[in-house]
Design a protein around this ligand. Sequence first.
Ligand code: IMP
Length: 177
Amino acid sequence: MIEVLDLRFKEYISEERIQERVKAIASELNLKYEGKDPLFLGILNGSFMFIADIFKHVNIPCEVSFLKINSYLNTSSTEKIKELIGLNQSLEGRHVVILEDIVDTGRTLDYILRTIGERNPASVEVATLLHKPSAMVVPVQIDYVGFEIENQFVLGYGLDYNGYGRNHNSILIKVDE
Ligand code: IMP
């Protein structure tokens, strides 16, 4: 059992399984975006490990840039969507791939997709490490999913609980008291 602040967690997805899926997704991206000069947009903070690991296996010419959005408080999504920070380059005619840590209700990704769509990219795809299908409120496009998971709070591998727990190499799941 692993304690993070006032909650208890146990291992849910091992480091090995994560690395396997990350490699598989990177291979798909290499095939799909060969010769397309893609622009990867990593959504911070939670995706920082996913972005880094994906990029160890992406071997085609590409760019990466980082955006930040904060819309999350405690263990459930808030309705409040804040501003997308860091989108200061042209997306006109670019093949954009969004890298997310987790899609929960879909609200954050929906907002990101609408904001990016306004900038006239040639195409937009989404890769997320985790997806909670049963938590989805706003249906959004997702093209690459690492793992579909149950509707429970998870952390580790970049994901946090009130800022803590990002520094685990595996994904941990909350244990009910
Ligand atoms: P959504 O807008 O409800 O889809 O939430 C997306 C954001 O909420 C993610 O980018 C995460 O930052 C955060 N989030 C959702 N579920 C979890 C979780 O189980 N653990 C940690 N963060 C989460």
